[in-house]
Design a protein around this ligand. Sequence first.
Ligand code: CO8
Length: 256
Amino acid sequence: MSIDYKKEGKIAIFTINNPEALNAFSPEAAKELSKALMDFRDDDGLWVGILTGAGEKAFCAGADIKSMLPFYKDNTYTGWKKPASIYRGMELWKPVIAAVNGLCLGGGMEIALACDFRIAAEKAQFGFPEAKLGVVPGMGGTQRLPRLVPFGKAAEMMFTGDSIDAQEAYRIGMVNKVVPLPELMPTTMKIAERICQAGPLAVRAIKQAMYQGMDVALEQGLQLESFLLAYAFDSEDFDEGIKAFTERRKPDFKAK
Ligand code: CO8
């Protein structure tokens, strides 16, 4: 298996597992991750996902240059649809956090950027070396990076192909926290557990409102927000949230 998929309570953990090749991503890994993400989306008992890499050196050093890039090239014009984004067509509104344990390059960056936010180990490095190979960060990189960090910084990173370290990634807002490697998973799990304390349907509605609202006019975004707010008001979890507050106890949300 190229992807380890584990369920710990309400948290799903996806681990890219090909450490001999720095967790480089093969077509099989792409398919496995896609399947695991769909299981996560459809499993009512899972509320938050964490994506990480096996071993101490790499989160993911990108698409497998030997197998995946030739596969893409051969299949681009043959009707096979390349994954423009790892979440293509998935409507995945459950939160996903990237725990970046090491090198995060090319397709690895694209996977990390497709997560809602990132926690990094101290020795993590981030970069888009694609231009050095004569290719484009073509799984969402050219679109997601400039939406996350200042445009000039994204341009410099993608034009030069040079990497930045975890502290610089933190400085420009690409990662939320930098921690020593042994603390990476415990820290990320703690944040995931904090999210699991919140109303899961509300969290999903917030995520959907944020992503779908980002690229529309404010008025349309506000309409979308009202629609999603009405959906949250209609949930049993909303009633439970109010009741728990009144009774001065922790809410027992059910994602209903
Ligand atoms: N693909 C395949 N194998 C890889 C990759 C990779 N991306 N990265 C590392 N490996 C393999 C090496 O070949 C090596 O294997 P072996 O021992 O069998 O030769 C093993 O991993 C260890 O790597 P190194 O010996 O090179 O380790 P170093 O510590 O010396 O160097 C580096 C680490 C600097 C990360 C180096 O391995 C490197 O430059 N790797 C390539 C990184 C890269 O260019 N990534 C981007 C790939 S392109 C991409 O992701 C495009 C996605 C978008 C395309 C969209 C198309 C639709």
